[in-house]
Ligand binder design. Structure first.
Ligand code: OXT
Ligand code: ADP
Ligand code: MG
Length: 576
């Protein structure tokens, strides 16, 4: 007998445990990256996962690990994985899980948890919390695995729940006790489940397709709206084919920019108000009629009852959620768009030219009006000067992934920076949530391998700023530009009482954000002009070195809440 065989006999080589079954189950399903913050009881799970060849990206705060997982899900169409410790770590990750669900991003939040028996008797265990109950209302599905032999099924259920139908966030509760449970290795291997076809094509009915095309044909002023569901679907060629074959102007929602290049002649992005008001038939593809589209009614949409809607969505219950949908097309976007394309045949009539001409003219005049402002080299910079510089950089490097958050920094960047490729603009999404910046940037770099440019309001950056250490630690090709206007919206508010506290929207003046980056070995640049900003960003993108550019913006340049100031409640008292 050889020495090795002796060891095999003595060591429990024929046993496996919860740790390894979870890792094997994930790997079997092609999930190879975990975004995490280590600690009791999941530290070894991360270690073993790394040892098993998985990529384990460790963050400074779970919310950002969770946001990274959510973005990984959006970009890859596989559930992004976030792994957290019990109670406080779990809660930190929960915002990201809820945000992922709201945005229809597939992710799985796996969290360690304490002893069930002690939690249920509320006897005060270490980090005691009934996590499953808390997660349930905030995600698409929530599961707990109690026995090692159920790990295969538990992981499979989580994957299928995250990906099938409308994608979303799933919670998977992993009690500490489960991780150490052992079972026969061969039985364990057999208990694993490879999820077959987790997001099967959902073919629309022929009747729904015909109804939609009849309506579209009858339109005098048709409009297509592309949403982030269309970007997620990765049916890029079909979507472009449909838009071009139809000849209909299209409006991209923020994260659908780039599905067709923003410079496309049919883009109506620069005539948004006009097309919403005047269109008579609107075809929504992977977009919801929520607040971002004024719920499909009201002043923004022109006279009451002046439009009819076609809606393509995988979620049947989305239909009629805000207004009547005259032609619902339920199915996955790839299948729906292909069916529409085929049924359109080869002789589809272009929309009336007075309509397309009116849209093109409005686009041209808005673009022309904006153009000179984008060339200014003012010091301190305004949003147009600074974003004009970044717009030119992205034009030359269209495979750069743009991450964007803030208020003015978000709203101006959305209309100024053209995007040329699908899924290259990642932002605050449905909730307008601050704090996605560094998590999304890390995931974008890891999942795509492309350079990332994160354009961040100074307030927005603060929500996830500590993750620049993560970016430096993994040496990711991320360039962060902090639009530093000394505060939230503007840096000019004053405390009306004259007391020592500054106004609630105001930060430390002239904060040196670039020095934070230097603290971790990255490159920091202080930029006061569009020219300096241009040089710094180009160098960062070309070198791939983690960089933070502190871009000094005129503190008076912004407006309250950017372009959504109308959502602020008004005080009668303040008006007096
Ligand atoms: O057609 P018209 O004439 O209307 O013109 C439109 C287009 O046609 C035209 N356009 C163009 N013209 C020329 N050329 C081109 N290429 C072009 N493209 C377009 O431009 C206009 C505008 O076009 P757009 O943008 O398409 O249209 P519009 O009308 O703006 O669209 C409406 C919306 C609703 C779809 C759009 O506005 C939108 O998507 N908005 C999203 C807004 C959003 O989500 N904002 C973030 C939340 S704000 C607030 O809540 C903040 N907080 C609170 C907070 C949050 N959010 N989260 C958490 C966890 N805690 C607290 C905070 C703390 S923001 C914030 C920080 C802010 O401070 P920062 O320092 O970070 O940022 P700064 O403000 O910079 O200081
Ligand atoms: P936006 O904010 O860009 O308008 P939303 O997040 O509001 O986009 O809407 C996305 C929509 O896309 C959701 O209603 C979701 O159900 C739908 N969706 C997501 N993936 C698919 C898909 N593969 N096929 C069809 N619909 C999808
Ligand atoms: Mg600001």
């Amino acid at each position: 007998m050889t020495e090795l065989e002796t060891v095999t006999e003595v060591e429990p080589h024929d046993l496996t445990d919860g740790f390894h079954l979870i890792i094997d189950a994930l790997k079997l399903n092609g999930l190879d990256t975990i975004y995490t913050v280590p600690g009791i009881p999941i530290t070894d799970l991360g270690r073993f996962a790394q040892a098993a060849g998985m990529r384990v990206i460790s963050f400074r705060h779970e919310q950002h690990a969770g946001n990274a997982a959510a973005m990984a899900g959006f970009l890859s169409k596989k559930p992004g994985l976030c792994l957290t410790v019990s109670a406080p770590g779990f809660l930190n990750g929960l915002t990201a899980l809820a945000n992922a669900t709201t945005n229809c991003f597939p992710m799985i939040l796996m969290s360690g948890s304490s002893e069930r028996e002690i939690i249920d008797l509320q006897q005060g265990d270490y980090e005691e919390m009934d996590q499953l109950a808390i997660a349930k209302p905030l995600c698409k599905a929530a599961f707990r695995i109690l026995h090692a032999e159920d790990i295969g099924i538990g992981v499979a259920r989580a994957i299928r729940a995250a990906l099938s139908g409308r994608p979303g966030g799933v919670y998977l509760d992993l009690p500490g006790k489960l991780l150490g449970q052992t079972m026969d290795a061969e039985a364990g291997r057999k208990s694993l489940v490879e999820v077959i076809d987790p997001a099967p094509p959902q073919i629309p009915s022929a009747g729904a397709v015909a109804r939609a095309l009849d309506l579209l044909k009858s339109a005098k002023r048709p409009l297509i709206i592309l949403g982030k569901g269309a970007a997620y679907a990765q049916a890029d060629a079909e979507i472009r084919g449909l838009v071009e074959k139809s000849g209909i102007p299209y409006l991209p929602m923020s994260m659908a920019k780039g599905l067709l290049p923003d410079t496309h002649p049919q883009s109506a992005a620069a005539a948004r108000s006009l097309v919403l008001q005047k269109s008579d038939v609107v075809m929504m593809i992977g977009a919801r009629l929520n607040w971002l589209l004024s719920h499909g009614k009201g002043k923004a949409w022109g006279p009451p009852h002046s439009k009819q809607f076609i809606q393509i969505d995988i979620e049947p219950r989305e239909m009629d959620s805000n207004v009547e949908i005259a032609a619902p097309v339920v199915g996955d976007i790839g299948s729906c768009v292909s069916a529409l394309l085929e049924a359109m045949g080869d002789n589809w009539d272009a929309p009336p030219s007075d309509w397309t001409g009116e849209v093109t003219e409005k686009v041209a005049s808005n673009v022309e009006r904006m153009a000179p402002r984008l060339q200014n080299n003012n010091v301190p910079m305004d949003y147009h000067g600074a974003l004009g510089a970044l717009r030119r950089i992205i034009k030359d490097r269209p495979d750069t992934v743009l991450v964007n958050e803030g208020a003015n920094t978000l709203d101006f960047a959305r209309s100024i920076i053209d995007i040329y490729q699908p899924r290259k603009r990642l932002d605050v999404g449905t909730w307008g949530v601050m704090g996605i910046g560094m998590g999304f940037a890390v995931a974008a770099a890891i999942e795509t391998g492309k350079p990332v440019l994160a354009v961040e309001g100074d307030s927005a950056f603060g929500f996830s700023g500590m993750e620049i250490e993560t970016i430096c630690r993994y040496n990711l090709p991320v360039c962060i530009v902090v639009f530093n206007n000394n505060g939230i919206y503007r840096g000019t508010d004053v405390n009306p009482t004259g007391g020592p506290d500054v106004a609630p929207t105001v930060f430390v003046k002239d904060a040196r954000y670039e020095l934070m980056m230097e603290a971790f070995g990255g490159r920091g640049v202080y930029a006061t002009s569009p020219d300096e900003l241009t040089r710094a960003v180009i160098e960062a993108l070309e070198s791939g070195k983690p960089t933070l550019v502190n871009a000094i913006i005129d503190e008076q340049a912004g407006t309250e809440s950017g372009r959504i100031g109308n959502l602020n409640p008004q005080s009668v008292v303040a008006k007096k």
